[in-house]
Design a protein around this ligand. Structure first.
Ligand SMILES: NC(=O)c1ccc[n+]([C@@H]2O[C@H](COP(=O)([O-])OP(=O)(O)OC[C@H]3O[C@@H](n4cnc5c(N)ncnc54)[C@H](O)[C@@H]3O)[C@@H](O)[C@H]2O)c1
Length: 338
């Protein structure tokens, strides 16, 4: 088995590459480096090495929009399965640039699936997102909760799931769509998320600039009035990929799984602000409340039971471990704070 990991130089993709290598799988990474970092891959043992050397993860610079590059990579490395993470992921940017998001996330996926089907690859894992649910009005979101995405990003992920399932059925490909909830933390500092669009790095960023972290809205119908989310450690998420990939069978018989990847527990924004202050030791300036942001649901917490049943997987890391490991990654890029 050789797995093609698209987007493997990204935050989650590098963790998936690391987890696959640790589980003894052969893999090759394809990335266009639009947001990915070569140095992140250098922290993955064996990554970027010579093709054909056991344990090495060769790196192909290329786009999922380039069918010829995909065909060459699949043939050259004898790819037998794909874990597809390459995508644009910023909700606000997707509202401003919907055509770009549909092109990268949906057209890129179509081109990739064409190459996969033509080459007879029979296993495909797709990075989906809790964004497919939109504003779910339920205590725990199950995979059967209606999907009503509220922005182009979520739409591209839901359309992606449809494409993956349809192509799977038509071409005998075993497929798995993993709906990640709020991904956080790092397996090691060099692999940490470098963006500041997620809440933990957003809080770190404010503290680094001596500004108060912002809590958007404290009048939601939740215990402390702030939004509640389900945070999943990226290392647990990467292990879920290894399990999901291992379940897929070449004859397509074990395919078509759609799974929430979360913990089943909610953490409020205010609780997160306190934890960040505690872990970083930076309690000042204290978090301040700003008006609600449009489109923020009050509560989005996964039911993780189907993933537990189907994959034999549960999250092992708690939210403190996520904040602590993310902070180590932040300090690596801001040594002046150490
Ligand atoms: N981070 C989260 O909280 C989260 C939550 C739900 C789902 N996801 C999904 O997980 C996946 C990975 O997200 P991430 O947080 O690691 O983001 P990221 O931006 O760090 O990683 C994406 C990687 O894909 C590469 N890439 C983008 N478009 C490409 C293309 N057309 N061809 C080749 N490479 C391309 C980028 O260079 C980058 O290395 C995405 O599909 C995202 O939608 C992320």
């Amino acid at each position: 088995m050789t797995w093609l990991i698209t987007g493997g130089a990204g935050y989650i993709g590098a963790h998936v590459a690391r987890a696959m290598a640790e589980s003894g799988q052969q893999a090759v990474v394809l990335d266009d480096f639009s947001t990915g970092l070569p140095e992140r891959l250098r922290a993955v043992p064996g990554a970027g090495g010579e093709p054909g050397v056991p344990g090495d993860i060769p790196l192909v610079r290329g786009s999922t929009l380039d069918g010829a590059a995909l065909e060459t990579a699949i043939a050259e490395y004898g790819v037998t399965g794909v874990i597809h993470l390459a995508a644009r992921k910023q909700v606000a940017e997707s509202v401003e640039r919907p055509l770009h998001y549909y092109r990268e996330n949906v057209h890129g996926l179509t081109v990739l699936l064409e190459a996969v089907a033509a080459a007879g690859v029979r296993r495909f894992v797709f990075s989906s997102s809790a964004a497919v649910y939109g504003m779910p009005d339920v205590d725990l979101v199950t995979e059967d909760t209606p999907c009503l995405p509220m922005n182009p990003y979520g739409e591209t992920k839901l359309t992606g799931e449809w494409l993956v399932r349809a192509a799977g059925q038509a071409h005998g490909i075993s497929t798995s769509c993993l709906r990640y909830f709020n991904v956080a933390g790092a397996a090691e500092p060099a692999l940490a998320d470098t963006g500041v669009s997620n809440i933990i790095p957003m809080f770190f960023d404010a503290l680094t600039r001596g500004e108060a972290p912002k809590i958007f809205g404290d009048d939601y119908p939740t215990p402390d009035g702030t939004c509640v989310r389900d945070y999943i450690h990226v290392q647990d998420l990467a292990e879920a990929h290894v399990k999901a990939a291992g379940l897929l069978s070449p004859d397509g018989s074990a395919g078509d799984l759609t799974l929430n990847i979360g913990t089943g527990s909610g953490v409020s924004v205010r609780e997160m602000a306190s934890l960040v202050a505690e872990v970083t030791g930076r309690r000042e300036p204290a978090a301040e409340v700003a008006p609600r942001r449009a489109g923020d649901p009050a509560r989005v917490v996964a039911s993780a039971r189907r993933a537990e049943k189907e994959l034999g997987w549960t999250a092992r890391h708690d939210v403190r471990a996520m904040v602590a490991s993310a902070w180590e990654g932040w300090l690596l890029r801001h040594p002046e704070l150490g």
